[in-house]
Write a protein that binds this ligand. Structure first.
Ligand code: OOB
Length: 541
């Protein structure tokens, strides 16, 4: 396994193989198999391409040769930051086949995050778009390459300027040995709750299993058309069952450049989309627009909603408006995936977050002392299984607390189990803000605020929000004359923090409430902000 990764203990690995979960196939081989069985069928559609499985497979092989010629080696880490375009999938599969390891960054990440991903993974290459949504990624790449010595190549989809154009890497397809199924296929990003985001190593075996088990739950087949509206680097649209599940099933993947209803609704009709996924606020926006849009959405059979809490009122409106089945998805990039099943009764589909996808997913719901809680009582969710990681990448110290000694991942979620064995998410113990599905590690933002010379103490907490579920609020104790909230927001933006992590509100206070042991009491802060939220400190972004 890649250096810095934790393998499953041998007896678990043997059991997962024997049960057939780990099939011994790599993601690159999966695509090759489809290219043989359904060569002429359309695999990937974006604004500019309609690629059959045969064409897609050949383009991937051409890039494998190009990457190799450039000097990208098996096990090299390559940070990939691309929008929802076919090139993302070509690069992803080329790296899979080469045995290089993509690190999947979100388009919204900026220098603070990207520099860290490149440094921490000692990446040799960084793949970007030239510009998107008015942002020039080449400027970001110039900054990052100057700071990270390991980074030898920047590959640009579009106008390369002083870097290498992706188009220049296209070669006639060649052949070469690929990675082993137990090798790390990719590094996903964790939502995180600590100072720095963690990288999540997923193997070909475990990732392909989670994809196939999910596809079975969603009954994907060659007739399926999946619309990727969420950012493709996220685990939900990528693999739950998402893009990879659809490709494995021989279906069609449609990439929406933007998640807005004026892009998504016409695409559902034009491409006869059968399944798509949204975070709750996005589902709400689609819902609002769908009724008035006049688009025929009758092809849509499943709308998956997950990533954050779905309110019952929104859940109840989805099926009547879209005429499709709502599927709740409670998942995490670290592994565990729970789905409501398509034929579950209303009370489970509308009011629970589903049950695990694998018969060998082990879950425990425990109290603060790791003791099982009484059935039906909320507690900390721990998870272990054939596709749940045993350790973060190069995070030996953090792994000691993030996992139990017997290998259960501490999800940081507070859940209860229904009598039917379904999970209901009740809250969160981790120090994180879930801003409409975007995860903000409080400590990471606090560290940026603390870097300001006029900030003595900083604490970031979630505040309830009707649209996003939660927004972030930073409490600041100044050192000397107080900086203005606007000055602090400008400061963290300039430090290269992704916009979704920039606090939505800033409160300047004299002191932070402390617990008996002297830690900041975030509960007290959350309570304070619920009672009195001034409106003059909003983050306009
Ligand atoms: C998905 O993955 P991540 O890694 O961005 O975030 C995982 C965390 C969970 O631990 C939980 O706190 C929250 O997001 N979450 C939910 C939820 N689904 C995820 N909280 C409440 N209700 C839900 N349905 O978010 C993710 C990965 C794969 C599939 C779906 C979501």
């Amino acid at each position: 396994m890649l250096f810095g990764c934790t393998a499953w203990p041998a007896e678990f690995a043997a059991r997962y193989r024997q049960a057939g979960y780990w099939s011994g196939q790599t993601l690159g081989d999966m695509l090759r198999e489809r290219a043989v069985t359904v060569t002429e069928r359309i695999a990937v559609v974006d604004d500019e391409h309609r690629l059959s499985y045969g064409e897609f497979d050949a383009r991937v092989d051409g890039l494998v040769a190009g990457f190799r010629e450039l000097g990208v080696l098996p096990r090299d880490r390559v940070v990939v930051q691309l929008p929802n375009i076919a090139a993302f999938l070509e690069v992803l599969f080329a790296l899979f086949r080469l045995g290089a390891v993509p690190v999947l960054a979100l388009p919204s990440h900026r220098s603070s995050e990207i520099r860290y991903f490149c440094e921490h993974s000692a990446a040799s290459a960084y793949v970007i778009a030239d510009t998107d949504l008015g942002f020039d990624y080449r400027t970001l790449a110039a900054e990052v390459t100057a700071a990270v010595p390991s980074l030898r190549h920047v590959i640009v989809c579009g106008e390369p300027d002083r870097f290498t154009a992706l188009e220049e890497l296209r070669r006639p397809p060649g052949t070469a040995p690929g990675p082993a199924p137990g090798d790390v296929a990719l590094l996903l990003l964790s939502g995180g709750s600590t100072g720095l985001p963690k990288l999540i190593p997923r193997t070909h075996d475990d990732y392909l299993y989670n994809v196939r088990a999910s596809a079975q739950v969603c009954r994907l087949g060659p007739h399926s058309t999946y619309l990727a509206a969420l950012p493709v680097a996220h685990n939900f649209p990528l693999s739950s069952p998402g893009i990879l599940g659809t490709l494995d099933a021989g279906g069609k993947v449609v990439l929406a450049r933007r998640p807005a209803p004026d892009t998504v609704l016409p695409l559902i009709h034009a491409e006869q989309v059968t399944i798509t996924a949204a975070v709750p606020p996005l589902a709400g926006v689609w819902l609002g627009a769908a009724a008035a849009s006049g688009h025929d959405l009758s092809s849509l059979k499943i709308l998956q909603v997950g990533g954050a809490t779905l309110s019952t009122s929104l859940a109840q409106r989805i099926e009547p408006t879209f005429g499709c089945t709502l599927q709740q998805v409670f998942g995490m990039a670290e592994g565990l995936l729970c789905y409501t099943r398509l034929d579950d009764p209303d009370e489970l589909r509308l009011a629970t977050q589903g049950r695990p996808v694998s018969p060998d997913d082990e879950i425990r719901i425990v109290d603060d002392a790791d003791q099982p809680v009484a059935p039906g009582t909320p507690g900390h969710l721990l998870a272990r299984g054939p596709y749940t990681i045993r350790g973060y990448y190069k995070a030996e110290q953090h792994n000691v607390t993030a996992f139990t000694t017997d290998g259960f991942y501490r999800t940081g979620d507070i859940v209860r189990l229904t009598p039917e064995g379904y999970l209901v998410v009740e809250g969160r113990a981790k120090d994180q803000i879930n801003r409409g599905g975007d995860k903000i590690p409080a400590q990471e933002v606090e560290n940026h605020l603390l870097a300001h010379p006029a900030v003595a103490e900083a604490a970031v907490v979630a505040i309830p929000d009707e649209y996003l579920g939660e927004r972030s609020c930073a409490f600041i104790v100044p050192r000397g004359p107080a900086p203005t909230p606007a000055e602090l927001l400008r400061f963290v933006r300039q430090r290269g923090l992704a916009a979704f992590k920039v606090p939505d509100r800033v409160e300047i206070v004299e002191a932070l409430p402390k617990t008996g042991v002297g830690k900041v009491s975030k509960n007290d802060l959350r309570a304070a902000v619920r009672q009195d939220i001034p409106t003059d400190t909003q983050n306009a972004s």
